[in-house]
Design a protein around this ligand. Structure first.
Ligand code: F0G
Length: 465
């Protein structure tokens, strides 16, 4: 992003462009061109807002903070509030469900479990459709309207689909979603049906759906809303702005996120980079990404990077060895060929973070511990706390450092998983011929069949004390 001096509130759209992130290409395209990857070299694209801003950035901070108390819909949205850094002008038909504005909780039990003095959890599951996708979707759907698209489509493990379906309904666009049949939580599927999307269940996995989406995106009436779309990333980057605003601009030492298709980590990285470039924060938090072991192609690549390739600004590897048969009960991140891996790796290296993986048992137990803090999340979100525990043990995170984990989805997104864990029946199919992997619920809390009497209930309470 280019920094320029000027006034605070100049609209970003006038100078914004889409740019290929590959240093050897760097091709630049118009902000309203319907492209998803660089037409010249196939590299990932990102939006360069070329913001004009007061040199100290303080005025911009004040504008954003004052909007928090305003009732104007764009101010009330936790995304559009930051519109100086979004590539639209005031005439844009902005779409909102009042996304963002998500809480940051202190989580003392999760902190103790991870080996930290304190741990904060930013809960993106408190968005309108119950996941972090909403912060990106309001922006992608607004761009779809500006481009005159008829239909908006995505491949999804469930949350992108639910979010796209809702925002398309708000915008009067036709949503079509491609889901791997039988691999989506019924709660997420129900949302998409309710919001009126065309729900296509595909025989294959998420990565097969993603390949199909790239073909569909060639049709000019269709707009692709997966995180390969740089406008999704623009919306999701505002989570970094909101987080820093909530922290009174004091940068935590570490920010930890789950990794699937790698849009979220790319977006947070971009958000922090922009704040740093604008002088709104003095340093980057170390950004770490956690994958599920059975779907961890980027964690494996990261672990095998030679030291010369593992530094900020190192040239990115050409390709990512994909995971042909990703396996995890955290179905949201059951992805073997993440499309935004280059952007995510660049962000992690730039900030000095790590990419790691955690086991099914570790995810399940971390999820239950987060629950004991009174904070529900879906399994994919719990990779963060499980990953933090590992990174503390490995000495990458120090006990007294400040850490924020981003929880990405609401606990009710996957109630079957929660119930199976607590009843002791959670198991992962491991493939033909092998026995399923049974998850031991170390923090099991199964319902009890109790006699309908006061004394029986008091006895149970006594026993639990
Ligand atoms: N957590 C949840 C709850 C998710 O739904 C996803 C991705 C992720 C984490 C990973 O984020 O892909 O940006 O690295 N869900 C996508 C979907 C793939 O289709 O809903 P990512």
């Amino acid at each position: 992003m280019t920094r320029k001096s000027g006034t605070v509130a100049e609209p970003a759209s006038a100078k914004a462009a889409q740019r290929c992130i590959m240093p050897e290409c760097g091709a630049v395209y118009g902000i309203r061109e319907r492209i998803y990857v660089c037409p010249k070299c196939g590299g990932p694209l990102e939006v360069d807002c070329q913001i004009a801003v007061a040199p100290d950035g303080g005025a911009l901070r004040k504008v954003w903070e004052s909007r928090g108390a305003s009732r104007e819909p764009r101010d009330a949205s936790g995304v559009w509030r930051y519109r100086e850094l979004l590539p639209f002008d005031d005439s844009a038909p902005f779409i909102t469900l009042f996304e963002g504005n998500t809480p940051i909780y202190e989580a003392p039990r999760s902190a103790k479990y991870s080996g930290l003095e304190a741990l904060r959890l930013k809960h993106q599951g408190c968005n309108p459709t119950g996941s972090f996708k909403d912060t990106g979707m309001c922006v992608a759907v607004t761009q779809a309207l500006l481009l005159g698209a008829r239909a908006v489509v995505c491949a999804s493990t469930g949350n992108t689909a639910a979010s796209l379906a809702a925002y398309a309904a708000r915008a009067g666009l036709q949503p079509a979603i491609l889901l791997p049949r039988g691999q989506i939580s019924p709660a997420k599927l129900a949302q998409s049906m309710d919001y009126g999307a065309l729900v296509c269940e595909i025989d294959g996995n998420f990565d097969d759906c993603m390949r199909l989406i790239q073909e569909l995106g060639e049709d000019p009436s269709i707009y692709v809303a997966n995180s390969i779309n740089p406008f999704r990333i623009e919306g999701q980057k505002t989570v970094a702005f909101e987080m820093m605003n909530q922290c009174n601009w004091r940068v935590p030492d570490h920010v930890v996120v789950p990794g699937g298709n790698m849009g979220n980590s790319s977006a947070l990285g971009k958000g922090f980079d922009e704040l740093l470039a604008l002088g709104l924060i003095p340093k980057l938090p170390k950004l770490s990404v956690i994958q599920a072991e059975g779907a961890s192609p980027l964690a494996r690549l990261f672990a095998n990077l030679p030291p010369s390739a593992a530094r900020a600004g190192s040239p990115l590897p050409e390709s990512l060895p994909i995971e042909e048969h990703p396996r995890t009960l955290a179905t949201a991140i059951k992805i073997g060929a993440p499309v935004s891996w280059k952007k995510a790796l660049r962000a992690v290296l730039r900030s000095g973070g790590k990419i790691a993986s955690v086991s099914e048992q570790e995810i399940a137990d971390a999820k239950a511990v987060i629950g004991r803090d009174g904070i529900g999340c879906e399994p994919a979100s719990a990779t963060t706390v499980a990953g933090i525990k590992k990174l503390v043990a490995a000495g990458h995170i120090q006990r007294a450092e400040s850490v924020i984990a981003v929880l990405t989805g609401h606990v009710l997104k996957d109630p079957d998983y929660v119930s199976a864990y607590h009843r002791g029946t959670l198991a992962l199919e491991t493939g033909a011929g092998s026995a399923p992997l049974q998850i031991r619920g170390a923090f099991r809390n199964a319902p009890m069949h109790v006699e309908a009497s006061k004394s029986a209930i008091l006895q149970l309470l006594d026993r639990q004390r």
